[in-house]
Design a protein around this ligand. Structure first.
Ligand code: 5U1
Length: 678
């Protein structure tokens, strides 16, 4: 990693080498779904590239991976004519209609059996991408099929779409068409954040994708979790060797760096189509994107040519649609759920209804603001939508179906579980139960969270068992898990000797836990896996972190004042202190993270970097971390050294005022030499 681009001494070659490396990493990540570097390693390379490009602006290139977010295009979205019309697909709503399609194709081609390329049909937004000499020069929406809107600046921000093609066998001119979509996990994360900030949520992933591409400022689009699957490639007639099938075109597009849906399959005849439809319907709810059907395309391109088009749809393809994943039902009542941090989520209890093949009896209403915005009342008829595995969503109230005036639902003032007051902090969308760990609901959720795979990874401690343990009064906090006996466990209903033994073994095993996992498991507000790792790496031990003051916490890179306050409060809350003491007494031994554990020569030192350096800052940081130092973003009384490059400003003056040792780059290089690094 550290010598990326260092094989070349001239900056132009180093920049190019980094660009090619990043292109390859993108290819492995988005096309092969087999990344060979971590996100942070990728970010480091990207940062190195950006820093080199900033230093040598003469080597600027718009197809560099660092150039995804550009300026706001003037004059909004201009109209662009498609070189070839963007066709739409004829829909088939039954097996019979697919059989009829297959029959027509066989008759025209005079074949007994036809081979089809079967692809999932994404519920996203079709776009056309134009590449010249391997570089993305334009992206347009489908529009009316003949002309669409120029969305180049926004599409450039979608990291799954290559700005430059891989390899060297691409044609001078290439048009790729496909679907821009919003992955379901990204959609959920976006909406969770929007709810927390009390900003507008996206109605569904499709609207999310469409709205994101229509943002006037590409910076906004860049914050949206968008992805892409290519489904057609238009190559010049002169291109050799020309692929002869749709499937081969897709393989070629993959080679050039385009993600192609991995579920794409070759099927034979009507029966093959039907089998694929069944298969995809079965796995639909596990996919991380919405699909609304399956597309069957005659695979041989020469046969497609023979079949031709009718009006705006090809005769060689058909879209078999899934039954609608929206249904109408009635709200029986509204109740609330209490989450791990006391967050109160209102839920609509519904007259059970099958939505896209799955029975739905509840739909989340998110928070009070959302209930008011949608004006949902018990007794209302509503439209329910289920997208993949996502929790069913109440799309809208059919107010026209209200036969009588319905009472407005009142948000509860007391927690239904523990009777503590429910409070909503000004400016926050989420109301919370103030019962803390006194509230059994919060207690159960925090114990469940503690046991999850990404946390302490305690296999066998499922939701049911947690409920039983809390309800029986056997545990009050996560620390009590470690004092459970075999007798206590088998005294519970449906807990056999063997599973109780296994659980005790799992609990024992979990005592040797990595510090980041333990921090995550403790369920500190706003501390997810990434922040937990950063905190662990910065403070090295649980004791150091627990004793850190607000200033030291805020000095940690990417830890803002809110997270710092949550961490500080958590470790100063007497109940949490007691739980941690009990965990340690039970034998939990948080494994110190390696960067700090290495006990390097700069162990215990806290460095800050400032000013212009002759090496990328990320590189200098890595050397310091390798030597055992911590590197933070701002100068505080905990800072022990400052590396001041050219034009250092306020950080240098602050360091001087605090008497922090200041290193010039030359002195820093000497230090590295002394330790045989750099
Ligand atoms: N997977 C897939 N989706 N989709 C949509 N293929 C596909 N093909 C389309 C459309 C509109 O049009 C063809 C005519 C290229």
């Amino acid at each position: 990693m550290s010598n990326s681009g260092r094989l070349f001494s001239d900056p132009k070659s180093r920049i190019e080498a980094l660009r090619v490396r990043l292109l390859e990493h993108n290819y492995r990540y988005y096309v092969l779904a087999d990344p060979d570097v971590s996100d942070s390693q990728y970010d480091l390379l990207l940062r190195q590239l950006s820093e080199l490009e900033a230093e040598y602006p003469q080597f600027y290139s718009p197809d560099s991976p660092s150039q995804r977010v550009g300026a706001v295009p003037s004059g909004g979205f201009s109209s662009v004519a498609h070189q070839l019309p963007m066709l739409s697909l004829k829909d088939a709503f039954s097996d019979q209609e697919v059989e009829d399609f297959d029959q027509r194709v066989r008759t025209t081609l005079e074949l007994d059996e036809v081979t089809y390329c079967a692809e999932p049909k994404l519920d996203g937004l079709a776009v056309s991408l134009i590449y010249e000499q391997g570089k993305l020069i334009r992206a347009a929406t489908r529009g009316d099929g003949h002309s669409g809107e120029d969305v180049t600046a926004n599409v450039r921000t979608i990291t799954a779409i290559p700005l430059r093609l891989r390899g060297n066998n691409y044609p001078d001119q290439l048009e790729v068409r496909g679907e821009v979509y919003m992955p379901l996990d990204g959609f959920q994360r976006y909406n969770q954040r929007a709810l927390a900030k009390d900003t507008k949520v996206l109605a569904n992933p499709r609207n999310g994708a469409a709205g994101s591409l229509r943002q006037l400022d590409p910076k906004v689009t860049a914050t949206r979790p968008l992805a892409f699957f290519a489904y057609s490639g238009i190559l010049p007639e002169s291109y050799q060797p020309a692929p002869t099938t749709q499937f081969a075109v897709l393989q070629q597009l993959k080679g050039w760096g385009f993600p192609v849906n991995p579920e794409t399959k070759i099927v034979v005849g009507n029966s093959g189509c039907a089998e694929f439809y069944q298969y995809l319907g079965g796995i639909r709810s596990q996919l991380n994107y919405d699909i609304d059907g399956v597309v069957y395309k005659v695979d041989k391109l020469a046969d497609q040519e023979l079949l031709g088009n009718v009006s705006r749809a090809p005769r060689w393809a058909v879209a078999r649609k899934f039954p609608a994943a929206e249904e109408i039902t009635q709200v029986l009542s509204i109740s609330v759920q209490v989450g791990r941090t006391g967050a109160i989520t209102p839920v609509a209890r519904l007259q059970p209804v099958a939505v896209g093949g799955v029975m739905v009896a509840n739909a989340t209403l998110h928070n009070e603001t959302e209930i008011r915005r949608k004006d949902v009342r018990p007794g209302d008829w509503v439209i329910i939508r289920r997208a993949g595995d996502v929790i069913p969503e109440l799309v809208k109230v059919i107010t026209e179906r209200r036969e009588t005036e319905l009472a407005v639902w009142e948000f509860p003032k007391l927690c239904p579980i523990c009777n503590s007051a429910i409070e909503r902090v000004a400016g926050e969308a989420i109301a919370r139960c103030t019962g803390g760990l006194y509230c059994p609901a919060q207690r159960k959720q925090s114990i469940r969270h503690f046991a999850t795979r990404k946390a302490m990874d305690i296999e066998g401690l499922g939701d049911k068992l947690v409920d039983q343990l809390v309800d029986a009064g056997l545990i009050e906090s996560v620390a009590d898990l470690y004092t459970l006996s075999l007798e206590q466990l088998v005294s519970l209903e449906r807990v056999a000797d063997k599973s109780a033994q296994n659980l005790l073994e799992q609990l024992h095993k979990s005592k040797q836990v990595a510090l980041p996992k333990l921090l995550y498991a403790l369920g500190i507000r706003e501390v997810g896996e990434v922040t937990a790792t950063t905190l662990a790496e910065t403070f090295g031990t649980l004791e150091n972190l627990a004793q850190a003051d607000l200033e030291a916490l805020q000095a940690v890179n990417e830890v803002g004042p809110i997270v710092a306050a949550h961490v500080y409060e958590f470790f100063h809350e007497p109940h949490n202190q007691a739980v941690i003491a009990k965990l340690l007494a039970a034998g939990i031994q948080p494994q110190i993270v390696t960067a700090i554990a290495a006990g390097g020569p700069l162990d215990g030192e806290v460095w800050v970097l400032t000013g212009k350096l002759s090496v990328p800052r990320s590189q200098a940081k890595k050397w310091l971390l390798d030597l055992g130092a911590k590197v933070t973003g701002s100068v505080s009384k905990n800072t022990t050294a400052l590396l001041a490059g050219a034009e250092a400003g306020s950080k240098l003056s602050k360091a001087e005022k605090l008497g922090v040792k200041v290193y010039t780059e030359e002195q820093f290089n000497q230090l590295l030499d002394e330790h045989g690094i750099g």
